[in-house]
Design a protein around this ligand. Structure first.
Ligand SMILES: [Zn+2]
Length: 301
């Protein structure tokens, strides 16, 4: 990293930069982009193609000559930039972006890059629905955000989830039961790992209980929690994605993982805990047993 940027960082983040650059065998660039929408964005590419753009990566793969990866953090302004809600502590947001790069190049975790053979990004009104980008972001942030505090101890862990935006009838959220389940599950993951406020955690439990999803969702995040402590972060990520397939009722071969520039489906040899039943069946069971399917769930307080 250029001296003028690296020298602005606290010593512990300078060491993190060194760790990533050594593992990736390349320097991290800083791109100042005052017009960007996000505050900051970590970027990694192989011959100009990001792993999240699988078709481009497949084309690059054919050449068999990737060269070194390019790593950048794109920033709108200062490296110490804060936000009022999520990142009030200086450098917490920058540490977050570095940790994305650390996961890929030091821990070597694969990136979820397609679903059912097609790249799917968040677009338009379905931004909350299921996509590989949304799955990737949900899992990575569950791992990364608590780690930010190792580097910036003043950073609170309080990403409040707006459960009031989940309607009383999740089917009304979008046309798809699958998207509705994913919205509930991704909110649950966020509440469980990224918000230490006990009151908010209780609201999350109550809401998932009301939706009939609590038991499976809890088994899922307990499993993720165990995997986060695994010394083999690459295998743990594969297991996280396999577990997600189980609770969403998705076939594993539909999901592609990018290991740097190489793409493979989720490994078939992974077993998941037996209590990770598909969430859709939890809804079906509550509908049949109690006569109170998701369509008659009353709104949360
Ligand atoms: Zn992020």
């Amino acid at each position: 990293m250029e001296y003028k940027y690296r020298s602005q960082l606290p010593a512990i983040l300078q060491a993190l930069v060194d760790e990533i650059e050594t593992a990736a065998r390349t320097e991290i660039g800083i791109i100042v982009d005052r017009l960007m929408a996000a505050n900051m964005q970590a970027e990694m590419t192989f011959l100009g193609v990001a792993p999240a753009a699988p078709y481009g990566v497949m084309e690059v793969s054919k050449t068999g000559n990737f060269g070194p990866p390019r790593l950048n953090v794109r920033v709108r302004g200062d490296l110490s930039a804060t936000t009022f809600d999520g990142y009030p502590a200086p450098f917490a947001m920058f540490a977050h972006e570095l940790l994305h790069l650390r996961r890929s190049f030091v821990d070597r975790v694969p990136v979820v890059c397609f679903v059912a053979g097609k790249p799917q990004a968040n677009q338009g009104p379905r931004a909350l629905g299921f996509s590989c980008e949304n799955l990737e972001r949900t899992l990575e942030h569950a791992v990364i955000e608590p780690q930010v505090r190792r580097y910036v101890p003043e950073q609170p862990l309080r990403f409040v989830t707006r459960w009031e935006t989940v309607p009383s009838t999740p089917f009304a959220f979008s046309g798809s039961v699958f998207d509705a389940l994913w919205i509930c599950l991704s909110f649950w993951v966020r509440s469980r790992f990224l918000d230490l406020d006990m009151g908010n955690q209780k609201r999350a439990r109550d809401r998932m209980e009301q939706l009939g999803l609590l038991a499976v969702a809890r088994a899922y995040t307990d499993h993720l929690d165990r995997l986060m402590g695994s010394p083999d972060a690459e295998r743990a990520k594969e297991q996280m994605v396999a577990a997600t397939c189980s609770v969403l009722g998705l076939r594993r071969e539909f999901i592609g993982l990018a290991y740097g520039p190489y793409i493979r489906p989720v490994p078939v040899d992974i077993t998941v805990p037996r209590d990770l039943r598909p969430l859709a069946s939890a809804w079906l069971t509550s509908f049949v047993a109690g006569g109170r399917g998701p369509l008659s769930v009353t709104p949360g307080k």
